[in-house]
Design a protein around this ligand. Structure first.
Ligand code: PGA
Length: 256
């Protein structure tokens, strides 16, 4: 299997005002003069900041992502934002199927699949999230849940070039709790196997599978050195440029 370039992506969720652009400036200052980072770096601010974030990050090598999209390119859908609009605002990726969308908005796999297809249609990378609840883990149904989510949410024909999977155990998001490295290894290995069945071995071997859920500078090295973990989707800790950059550095165990 060829080496996969990791991705560290920050998900700001419903946080961020104009003043938060200063964090992007700080992140930019961290990577300035470092032509080769140990991993790709991305920030996903709220939609209201995308255009200005694109301006701040232009030429920095830091990618810009969004947090959700509507399946259709345009139309009478008040309050929604299409993948084409996100691309137009400067995003190159969009998170779909985050557990908070699945919970807050009742999003089911079929809708997540349609959103991922919309992302592909607009030329965006779809970051497709899956993960079990606390009860599902207790009931030992984690692998079945993740298999069902992957089968339903990952569009046929998805490629490593336009798709990233994020494994985010719901009970680990924003709680400070994390699975053990052994548990992470089990699920990530399982996901790669499932992707081989869905997309073919070639794509599965190249696809990035991120871990998400309470990743912090202090636990990043341990979590991100687990086999089949190709980076992180970071929520809370991504709001501070110093923390997100510390996670990026920890990834490869070097002081970039
Ligand atoms: P957290 O969020 O890092 O705050 O746990 C992760 C996520 O929801 O993507």
């Amino acid at each position: 299997m060829t080496a996969i370039r990791p991705l560290v992506a920050g998900n700001w969720k419903m946080n961020g005002l104009s003043s938060s652009l200063a964090e992007l400036e700080a992140l930019k200052a961290h990577v300035k003069g470092k032509p080769v980072l140990p991993a790709d770096l991305m920030v996903c601010p709220p939609a209201t900041l995308l255009s200005r974030a694109a301006q701040v990050l232009a030429g920095s090598g830091i990618a810009l992502g969004a947090q959700d999209c509507h399946p259709l390119p345009s139309g009478a859908h008040t309050g929604d934002i299409s993948a084409e609009m996100l691309a137009d605002a400067g995003a190159t990726a969009v998170i779909v199927g985050h557990s908070e969308r699945r919970t807050d908005h009742g999003e089911i796999d079929a809708l997540v699949n349609a959103k991922a297809r919309a992302a592909h249609r607009a030329g965006l990378t779809a970051i497709i999230c899956v993960g079990e609840t606390e009860k599902e883990r207790r009931d030992r149904t984690t692998l079945g849940v993740v298999a069902r989510q992957l089968k339903g949410s990952v569009p046929q024909g998805s490629q490593a070039a336009n798709t990233v999977i994020a494994y985010e155990p719901v009970w680990a998001i924003g709680t400070g709790l994390t699975p053990t490295p052994v548990d992470v290894a089990e699920v990530h290995g399982f996901i790669r196997g499932e992707l081989a069945g869905l997309l073919g071995q070639g794509e599965a071997d190249r696809l990035r599978i991120l871990y998400g859920g309470s990743v912090k500078p202090g636990n990043a090295s341990e979590l991100l050195s687990v086999e089949n973990v190709n980076g992180a989707l970071v929520g809370g800790a991504s709001l501070k440029a110093d923390d997100l950059y510390a996670i990026l550095k920890a990834y490869c165990g070097r002081t970039a």
